[in-house]
Design a protein. Structure first.
Length: 201
């Protein structure tokens, strides 16, 4: 039987420095993300065992927990692919198909960046900013996800996410979420996001 597994990063823990420190990234990936993976697998085991034993379950509670943990696993996996090392520190810009798609909806890159940053900054408590693709309108769409699974749009493809849970930045930036968001733009992996987008259109 297949289970959820913690994905390996395409870079080492120190490769996103100076924007995300080795310690911050290591804790985030090997502790926080790993916990969501383990919790999701444990919950599925609990469901399976209850079926085998014909025992009762609090379905509302377990499904809420499952959505939270699977959402955490899926979003973190997308988050790691949304970033790449940038030793020069110069902000990378979208190009090719994803650039055209951004220009079509947001008119210019700065407008897109501003909407996405404000989305991330204004998350109440813990959550994410996400760049999605709507299969109905065939256009890009910025979403604000609370926790790991609230305000998700069924069937929308998620191309890029920014984690603004405090565990994502507190060691490096303390309570300065805005500064973390500013620096995120320097390590966006536009090659990967463009690749994902080009597979959809
Ligand atoms: Fe996180």
């Amino acid at each position: 039987m297949k289970t959820y597994t913690l994905p390996k990063l395409n870079y080492s823990y120190k490769d996103l420095e100076p924007f995300i420190s080795e310690q911050q990234l290591m804790l985030h990936h090997s502790k926080h993300h790993a916990a969501y993976v383990n919790n999701a697998n444990n919950l599925l085991t609990k469901l399976r065992e209850a079926r085998e034993n014909s025992s009762d379950l609090d379905m509302k509670a377990i499904l809420k927990e499952l959505s939270f943990n699977i959402g955490g696993h899926v979003l973190h996996s997308i988050f790691w692919d949304s970033m790449c090392p940038n030793k020069e520190g110069k902000e990378q810009k979208p190009y090719d198909l994803i650039e055209n798609a951004i220009l079509k909806v947001f008119k210019n890159y700065d407008r897109f960046k501003s909407e996405f940053s404000k989305t991330a900054l204004s998350v109440e408590g813990s959550g994410w900013a996400a760049l999605c693709f709507c299969p109905i309108t065939q256009e890009l769409f910025v979403a604000q996800i609370e926790k790991h699974s609230v305000n998700l749009y069924p069937s929308f493809d998620i191309l890029m996410v920014l984690d603004v849970w405090e565990h994502a930045y507190y060691l490096d930036y303390k309570n300065n979420r805005a500064s973390f968001i500013d620096n995120f733009w320097k390590i966006v992996n536009w090659e990967e996001i463009n690749k994902k987008y080009s597979e959809l259109v």
